[in-house]
Design a protein around this ligand. Structure first.
Ligand code: ADP
Ligand code: ZN
Length: 529
């Protein structure tokens, strides 16, 4: 087969099988490289068109393309869609009975499959490896390859065993594909999958049709409802919440307010989940309220918005989740509410979670980058792309909240000193630690039961913060946490000083902050979330 032959057959497959006129972005380069037998690491944003990068070479090269995917729930759909297009595709996973598996195995051995989808855990079985040795393989495609990254947010131990593919089939081209693009993840994929000599294809990560907005959290469910009613009535979208409980309550709240919404989380039984997912894919205006269990690999082009009611744990997570909006290229919104409790919650989760010290430091660094994105006064898109090592095409994207309405900043040095001195007083004079609510009550001079109980109205800092409203103080504390000038400790999320606090207290460090909306609703609204 000559190069032009192969190129012609690739284009023919694109047109005849998939019905597309031309390749997009890096697809052509990836396809050419793999068709001619090369290994590839493909980094492309969600919706960028990764599937064709391996499906077309699998059709052009002799043998079966073996696709490793963790998305068992989607395999049936993917294979059905391929079959409908006339591609001979099959899958092997734990949802099939014995006879179904035997049939697919026989088809593979007889050379009757263009594509075979496998769950990663299958490749830990010697029987699967033996089966693969009995057929002819055109390529291995390892989808969602960031799952091999141990520090990543989707780590799956089964992925580590995939290095066996290169060892047993050194002559078969291998591709790793992912939408996660940080340098660290990229390097880890290359190293762990033995792709040292692979060519790397990195697509642009900018999603210009997505409008990024991050707003202060006051009464999140009501804010969400207003956002949906004003900007996305009748649109399909995803609302992400951190806990199953808040998923349930948010879905109920939306339904009660006339919005067609269903919950999705790992605590629902498999049948309900599958039904809700199927409705989302088929119907036009359904809202799915979900934990991050929902969405990986879901291919619905007309998702018009992705809303976050809670802070994602990392910028990678945020990018992937928001990337599910607007795959069709039409205007879409990535909207998020974010507040002090998010920071405290996530810090606490990291501190009390599993993993060793290095793991926690890593998780903390991920969270810090996410917080920096939330608090930035720069263009959000610019900051997001910079995180992935890319430059924005324009400094001012004009399609994010900070570009559309540049946030005001103020010199919050004195306010920061007031908060920090309160924490110091409690620690030094009383050997006590308290959370944000008590600190705020002290600053505002509120004689709450808890203030009286601990004699905090006797502190010299009692009432020194009457110049700001409660919501503003919570904003100051949140930004101090985000800037690393204050930290959180223990199961109650008590506030403690950091290495950076002293310079602020001594007046050696200025603390610029984003301005909070003056009439920030009470903290109670936030706690109800
Ligand atoms: P990813 O896996 O990178 O998230 P997909 O492979 O699911 O993306 O592709 C996203 C969408 O773009 C799909 O609906 C797919 O059919 C479409 N698509 C991919 N490549 C092309 C192309 N060359 N021309 C038109 N549409 C394409
Ligand atoms: Zn911008």
């Amino acid at each position: 087969m000559t190069e032009t032959d192969a190129g012609g057959r690739a284009l023919e497959a694109l047109r005849k099988v998939f019905g597309y006129e031309s390749f997009r972005g890096e697809q052509q380069a990836v396809v050419d490289h793999v068709v001619s037998g090369g290994d590839a690491v493909v980094l492309m944003p969600t919706g960028g068109g990764k599937s064709l990068c391996y499906q077309i070479p699998a059709l052009v090269r002799p043998g079966t393309g073996v696709v490793v995917s963790p998305l068992i729930a989607l395999m049936q759909d993917q294979v059905d869609a391929l079959r409908a297009a006339g591609v001979r595709a099959g899958f092997l996973n734990s949802t099939q009975d014995f006879d179904e598996q035997r049939l697919v195995e026989a088809q593979f051995q007889a050379g009757e499959l263009d594509l075979l989808y496998l769950a990663p855990e299958r490749l830990r079985l010697e029987s699967t490896l033996n089966l693969l040795s009995r057929g002819r393989i055109s390529l291995f495609a390892i989808d969602e390859a960031h799952c091999v990254a141990q520090w990543g947010h989707d780590f799956r131990p089964d992925y580590l065993a995939l290095s066996v593919l290169g060892e047993r089939w050194p002559d078969v081209p291998r591709m790793a594909l992912t939408a996660t693009a940080t340098r660290a993840t990229h390097e880890e994929i290359t190293r762990r999958l033995g792709l040292g000599s692979a060519r790397h294809f990195v697509a642009g990560f900018d999603r210009p049709n997505i409008q990024y907005r991050i707003v202060p959290k006051a009464e999140p469910k009501k804010q969400l409802l207003a956002f949906l009613r004003e900007e996305h009535p009748g649109d399909a979208g995803i609302v992400y919440c951190l806990s199953r409980n808040s998923v349930e309550r948010t879905a109920e709240f939306l339904t009660a307010n006339g919005i067609d919404a269903v919950p999705y989380h790992a605590g629902l039984d498999a049948r309900t989940r599958a039904a809700h997912q199927a409705r989302f894919l088929r119907e036009e205006g359904l809202v799915v309220v979900a934990t991050i269990a929902f969405g990986m690999g879901i291919d619905k082009p007309d998702v018009r918005f992705v809303a976050h009611l809670d802070l994602p744990k990392s910028v990678e997570g945020y990018y992937q989740e928001t990337g599910r909006a607007g795959r069709d290229g039409l205007p879409s919104t990535a909207w998020m509410t974010y507040g002090l409790n998010d920071v405290v919650q996530l810090r606490k989760m990291i501190l009390s979670g599993e993993g060793d010290e290095a793991f926690r430091r890593r998780a903390q660094a991920h969270l810090d980058a996410m917080l920096a994105l939330c608090e930035t006064v720069r263009c959000r898109r610019e900051q997001l792309l910079a995180y992935f090592g890319q430059e924005a095409s324009e400094e001012h994207c004009g399609n994010c909240d900070t570009c559309l309405a540049p946030p005001e900043t103020w010199d919050a040095t004195v306010a920061a000193q007031k908060v920090l001195s309160t924490v110091v007083r409690l620690e030094r004079e009383r050997r006590q630690k308290f959370g944000a609510t008590q600190i705020t009550d002290i600053l505002l001079g509120k004689r709450t039961a808890k203030v009286i109980q601990f004699d905090h109205d006797q502190l010299s800092v009692f009432g020194i913060g009457e110049d700001l409203a409660e919501g503003e103080w919570r904003g100051v504390i949140r930004q101090l946490l985000a800037q690393g000038l204050l930290s959180v400790e223990g199961e109650y999320g008590t506030l403690v000083l950091t290495a950076g606090s002293a310079a602020v207290l001594r007046g050696e460090r200025q603390v610029p902050m984003r301005k909070e909306p003056k009439k920030a609703p009470s903290a109670r609204g936030e706690r109800k979330a």
